[in-house]
Write a protein that binds this ligand. Structure first.
Ligand code: NAI
Ligand code: 15L
Length: 268
């Protein structure tokens, strides 16, 4: 049967707020969790990913989990370790103990951020490109993908790991023209990831069907995802403001944009 009740972790964040508005139209009943209180939903769970008892209670009875909670940018290793590495482990343990069938894991392009971006006629980056994290943040997403593989192989807990590009209402940099995932396409992709059958552990890139796309969306399409948006309508304005990407600029040369520099610099 199709999943109905879904726990959305990180529900107070940017993507969480977009998704809690968009996903109910696909028929899901959402349970929300975040360390920050969520106004307007008295049933929302306010809990930290370090609280294993709270996680067990929060996952009890749900059909699936969309795991967005965590630190979403580069940060000191100790913080990434606690929120993203230990936190994701704690969530998977709770899911395993409570028999939750599937997780949709918000991975990131920064798990492969040191991959050179395609230029000219270069082929699109395949989904099985070697992982090359560009930050401790990207490293934590690489860990999450491996954790997901372990829980599938050992316990039969399914995951779709979505290497999200940039999910914001609009792209705000020239790089984002290539990696942008419109919120509406994001909801379509999360729906496909929740409802496709027999996913085992599947890794997909998460973006719209952008004219300037850098990666291969076929593993996402194989789940039934049909993107409808394209960032190209924003291209003229962004390029006029920021100029084209330059091959010699280190912040323009890799998938991860300016996350590859130390420290990461805006705009990425
Ligand atoms: P965000 O930073 O706006 O939201 C993350 C949420 O997680 C926040 O509401 C925060 O309070 C919560 N959180 C942080 N630590 C927590 C903890 N220890 N326990 C419970 N909750 C905690 O990030 P955003 O942009 O919404 O991203 C959501 C997820 O998607 C993140 O995992 C991020 O790494 C991933 N992602 C997002 C991309 C984007 O374009 N927005 C791109 C690639 C990945
Ligand atoms: C991410 O992983 C971040 O969470 C998000 O804030 C954006 O920076 C995005 O990647 C990006 O690469 O643009």
């Amino acid at each position: 049967p199709a999943p109905r009740t879904v726990l959305l972790t990180g529900a107070a964040g940017g993507v969480g707020t977009l998704m809690r508005n968009l996903l109910p139209a696909f028929g899901y009943e959402l349970r929300l969790l975040d360390v920050r209180p969520i106004e307007g939903d008295p049933d929302a769970v306010t809990a930290d990913l370090s609280d294993r008892e709270a996680l067990r209670e929060a996952v009890r009875g749900v059909d699936a989990i969309i795991h967005l909670a965590g630190i979403s940018l580069e940060a000191p290793f100790e913080k990434i370790l606690k929120a993203n590495i230990e936190g994701t482990y704690n969530l998977y343990e709770a899911a395993r103990e409570e028999g939750v069938a599937r997780v949709v894991f918000a991975s990131s392009n920064h798990a492969v951020g040191f991959t050179p971006r395609p230029q000219g006629d270069d082929p699109l980056i395949p989904i099985d490109t070697p992982r090359r994290p560009d930050t401790f943040y990207g490293l934590s997403k690489s860990f999450g993908e491996d954790l997901a593989q372990l829980y599938w192989d050992k316990y039969g807990l399914e995951t779709v790991s979505v290497r999200i590009g940039s999910c914001f209402p609009e792209p705000t940099s020239v790089r984002m023209l290539s990696v942008w995932m419109s919120p509406a396409d994001g909801a379509r992709l999360f729906h496909a990831a929740l409802s496709a059958e027999n996913v085992g552990h599947t890794v997909v890139y998460g973006s719209s069907a952008n004219t300037r796309l850098w990666w291969d969306l076929s593993s996402a399409r194989a789940l039934g995802y049909e993107p409808r948006d394209d960032s190209e309508e924003f291209a003229e304005k962004l390029i006029a403001e920021q100029g084209e990407l330059e091959p010699d600029n280190i912040a323009h040369a890799y998938l991860g944009g300016a996350f590859v520099s130390d420290p990461p610099i805006w705009p990425y």
